[in-house]
Design a protein around this ligand. Structure first.
Ligand SMILES: [Zn+2]
Ligand SMILES: [Zn+2]
Length: 262
């Protein structure tokens, strides 16, 4: 398949070079015509081979090996051409074809080697999916942006909490998703402050705008995140209400969402 693409690209490029050769034959010596045609094919050939045959990004290293390959091919094929025309009396217009019969397979082997991905650099074939960091599942922030985070793991569906502590810190009930701590990246911590709200937990908020962002049960391996700080759409839904017995009296509890008293 790669060799087939090599032949197609090579044929297109060679056809162009051959036309140049034939045109130049009208005005200059056949050896000069061949040289000019050969050089003209190099630049376009390099880009076409890199892009369509070997799936490699053009770069200094492969360009250098490309030039070395074709310089070597030029010298050898010039010899083939000379022998064919001057010693074997092959007609000059056909001389280049004799040279091609040798250079096509030889250059394929050398170019495939020249375009190979280096073992330890970032230069990878374009057809290969680049190794990526874990995909960012969600992003979020406080109101002013002095606390920003991203989540690269699963997000739990949302739990609403009616307890007095959540109401006091959020100004209303708490609504939390959660993610493994290893999947939470703090992108901006400039405003991040922690308030030890109990023996078991601390709450993360923004010292600049006052936004309540995290609930950290310090002994646990997950972090609860105030769902309202997620950039939407979140793709989440509220699945349960807890501490319903501690609810205040100014709002109605949504009966369509399962409830727990504690
Ligand atoms: Zn803020
Ligand atoms: Zn609560």
């Amino acid at each position: 398949m790669q060799f087939a693409r090599f032949l197609v690209v090579g044929a297109a490029n060679t056809a162009a070079s051959y036309v140049i050769y034939l045109l130049l034959l009208l005005v200059v010596d056949y050896r000069v015509a061949y040289t000019v045609a050969y050089v003209a094919g190099l630049a376009g050939g390099y880009l076409m081979h890199a892009r369509f045959v070997f799936g490699a990004r053009p770069g200094a290293r492969s360009a250098a090996s490309y030039l070395v390959t074709y310089a070597a091919m030029y010298l050898v094929s010039f010899l083939v051409l000379y022998v064919a025309v001057d010693r074997l009396s092959v007609p000059k217009p056909l001389g280049m074809l004799a040279a091609l019969a040798f250079t096509v397979p030889a250059s394929f082997i050398l170019l495939r080697w020249g375009f190979r991905p280096p073992p330890d650099s970032g230069e990878t074939p374009m057809t290969k999916v680049e190794d990526a960091k874990p995909a960012v599942r969600a992003t979020g922030s406080c109101l002013c942006g002095a606390v920003r985070y991203e989540v690269t793991g699963p997000l739990r569906d949302v739990v609403e909490c009616h307890c007095a502590m959540c109401r006091k810190t959020h100004g209303h009930i708490g609504a939390y998703t959660a993610t493994p701590k290893v999947a939470l990246g703090i992108v901006e911590a400039r405003g991040l402050k922690w308030y030890q709200s109990s023996a078991h937990a601390r709450r993360g908020f923004c010292g600049e705008c006052g936004g309540s962002v995290f609930f950290d049960p310090v002994q646990k391996d997950y972090m609860a995140i105030a769902a309202g700080t997620l950039d939407s759409p979140t793709g989440l839904k509220t699945v349960v209400q807890i501490h319903v017995a501690s609810a205040s009296d100014y709002y109605r509890i949504d009966d369509s969402i399962p409830q727990r008293l504690d």
